[in-house]
Design a protein around this ligand. Structure first.
Ligand SMILES: NC(=O)C1=CN([C@@H]2O[C@H](COP(=O)(O)OP(=O)(O)OC[C@H]3O[C@@H](n4cnc5c(N)ncnc54)[C@H](OP(=O)(O)O)[C@@H]3O)[C@@H](O)[C@H]2O)C=CC1
Ligand SMILES: O=C(O)[C@@H]1CCC=N1
Length: 320
């Protein structure tokens, strides 16, 4: 039987690395599920982060190297006992590798090498300002997935020795199909850049961009699954309207969306895909014109604009 990194580190004296999630809700569970799945799958099954041939060179694809020590211990911090039960249930198959703490963030941070901040944006000051937290974060790497909270805001509430990184993943982390954008300060040590890149490349594709783009990335990557889900529902509704059974219509819509996305990722321009599908005098052009009549293109673009603007305001302490 082949051994996985998680198994090796649990059965030998190899150095360990602990990731603690402060606020382990939907996203915390999704991210840890993806990382744990990558650590426990066979080497050939790991890493979905193939370099994207479509990326213009001005964008930096993330570092593809493997850190010398991989995470093998995970601590999940939540507030309510019922959430603790839910998280325990999600990770029941990983035994001692996952610990769940309720209202015990400081111990969680003390145990960590890397702290993943996964609470609501409005909670960061309260959680990072807890008594004992500053000492627990000294010299550590803090990765925030909070929408709208800037690196500068986080730096203002953690010790100067804490390195702060922002990342914007999405719920598809759970199945290792996230799209994550990472933003780091220029002075982040290379080994920590490698570690952060490794973490997010285990749960899908990732790239590095300047922080000024983070709110738009939040709309595209973070909110994106909700927008595509609406599109899937609408496509399926149309199929049902025309007599298709609901479950089959939904499957057709989702798989067709995935296929179109993969064609784009394989290098085909969306306009070429659209033209190739539109047989002259065929049905596709009829459907496309109906969508254009309905202003779908600008409505979708405006939805990204609106979500971006709303994301930008989420880090403001006035919002509760
Ligand atoms: N949902 C998404 O698709 C995405 C979300 N994000 C960002 O991720 C973050 C989390 O979002 P999401 O996972 O949806 O939110 P959830 O509400 O699901 O998770 C928040 C977690 O924080 C915990 N929490 C609240 N207060 C405390 C506290 N004092 N100490 C410890 N834990 C606490 C909650 O615990 P309890 O349940 O016990 O209250 C809960 O587990 C947000 O900042 C969001 O902007 C980023 C990308 C995508
Ligand atoms: O809706 C939100 O605020 C979060 C951030 C991105 C996705 N969900």
């Amino acid at each position: 039987m082949s051994t996985t990194p998680l198994m090796q580190q649990q059965t030998t004296d190899a150095p360990t690395l602990t990731i603690t999630v402060l606020g382990c809700g939907t996203m915390g569970v999704a991210i840890l599920s993806g990382i744990l799945a990558s650590l426990t799958s066979s080497p050939s099954g790991t890493g979905t982060s193939t370099p994207n041939a479509l990326l213009p060179t001005r964008f930096h694809d993330t570092d593809e190297s493997t850190p010398p020590v991989l995470p093998s211990r995970f601590v999940c911090c939540v507030k309510r006992p019922e959430s603790a039960q839910r998280v325990k249930k999600a990770f029941v198959h990983y035994g001692d590798a996952v610990t769940v703490l309720t209202k015990d963030n400081v111990h969680g941070a003390q145990a960590a090498d890397v702290v993943l901040l996964g609470c609501k944006p409005q909670m960061y000051q309260e959680i990072l300002g807890e008594e004992g937290m500053a000492a627990a974060l000294e010299g550590k790497l803090l990765v925030s997935i909070l929408a709208g909270v800037k690196i500068e805001q986080l730096r203002a509430v953690v010790p100067a020795s804490t390195r702060v990184v922002r990342a914007m993943p999405n719920t598809a982390s759970k199945i290792r199909e996230s799209m994550t954008v990472i933003s780091t300060a220029d002075d982040l040590p290379n080994e920590e850049k490698t570690l952060v890149s490794w973490i997010f490349s285990q749960i899908g594709k990732s790239l590095i961009l300047g922080e000024k783009h983070m709110d738009a990335c939040t709309a595209l990557c973070g909110s994106g699954p909700a927008f595509y889900a609406l599109f899937i529902e609408a496509m399926a509704d149309g199929g049902v309207m025309m007599g298709l059974p609901r479950a089959e219509a939904q499957m057709m819509a989702a798989q067709t969306m995935q296929g179109a996305g993969r064609l784009v990722l394989s290098g085909q321009h969306p306009a070429i895909i659209r033209e190739q599908v539109s047989t002259p005098a065929g049905c596709t052009i009829g459907g496309l014109l109906m969508l254009e009549d309905g202003g779908v293109r600008s409505t979708i673009a405006r939805a990204i604009q609106e979500a971006t603007n709303m994301a930008a305001g989420l880090g403001s302490s006035k919002k509760k």
